[in-house]
Design a protein around this ligand. Structure first.
Ligand code: ADP
Ligand code: AMP
Length: 219
């Protein structure tokens, strides 16, 4: 009797745990700023000290571009080179899958830094359509610095990054996209009191000191 009870319980425990992990809502911090503002650099540092998983929309799109057999590879390549924002259906699916895979592998990994998203109105609507009620957006970390600093950092990065868009021509388009499409999204979140602005023009360590202060308080 006890043996049978134990047997049926041990069968149920893994599925119960799985269900608990499904119930755990992802906690999301959006990370925004101009191209080269240092989003990726700071996210890597956050991951080292806090229990966050870093998901970069740009990295996920570059991976998808490189994936053999991807039906979107060429489209993504064109958009990235032109500094344009890839249609949200593609990006949101990549983000959703990455979040699910992370949480399935480890149920404690439900905190996400989503870097480079939402970059425009289309992104925001896509997020609300697919993720509304399924994830909590805690706040937006906004790395603020001048276009000139952004451009110089990307040109410097371009010497070794091998990226197709770290050149002056693509950068001018990326800055335009940032100013026209992303800034209004940041302003929208600002009105909701959700933006934590950091002066990103300083050294990596100075910027991180501010990031830490924010995360220690509310992260
Ligand atoms: P983003 O993810 O916003 O595009 P990155 O984190 O890739 O930006 O940074 C862009 C480039 O600038 C990289 O070469 C990085 O090493 C450098 N960088 C990042 N933060 C700083 C900083 N605070 N000061 C100087 N250079 C920086
Ligand atoms: P990043 O790596 O953040 O500098 O992004 C590089 C490029 O990837 C951008 O210029 C866009 O073409 C594309 N991209 C990045 N994030 C997004 C996004 N949220 N939505 C659509 N396209 C994106």
């Amino acid at each position: 009797m006890i043996g049978r009870l134990f047997g049926s319980l041990s069968q149920k425990v893994p599925s119960l745990l799985y269900r608990v992990s499904l119930v755990m809502k992802p906690q999301v911090v959006f990370v925004l700023g101009g191209p080269g503002a240092g989003k990726g650099t700071q996210c890597s540092k956050i991951v080292e000290s806090y229990g966050y998983t870093h998901l970069s929309a740009g990295d996920l799109l570059r991976e998808e571009r490189a994936r053999e057999g991807s039906e979107f590879g060429q489209l993504i390549a064109n958009y990235i080179k032109e500094g344009k924002i890839v249609p949200v259906e593609i990006t949101i699916n990549l983000l959703r899958k990455a979040m699910e895979a992370t949480m399935k592998e480890n149920e404690n990994k439900f905190r996400f830094l989503i870097d480079g998203f939402p970059r425009n109105e289309d992104n925001l609507q896509g997020w609300n359509r697919v993720m509304d009620g399924k994830a909590d957006v805690k706040f937006v970390l906004f790395f603020d610095c001048s276009n000139e600093v952004c451009i110089n950092r990307c040109l410097e990065r371009g010497k070794s990054s091998g990226r197709t868009d770290d050149n002056r021509e693509s950068l001018e388009k990326r800055i335009q996209t940032y100013l026209q499409s992303t800034r209004p999204i940041i302003e929208l979140y600002e009105k909701q009191g959700k933006v934590r602005t950091i002066d990103a023009s300083r050294s990596v360590d100075e910027v991180f000191a501010d990031v830490k202060a924010i995360l220690d308080k509310e992260g």
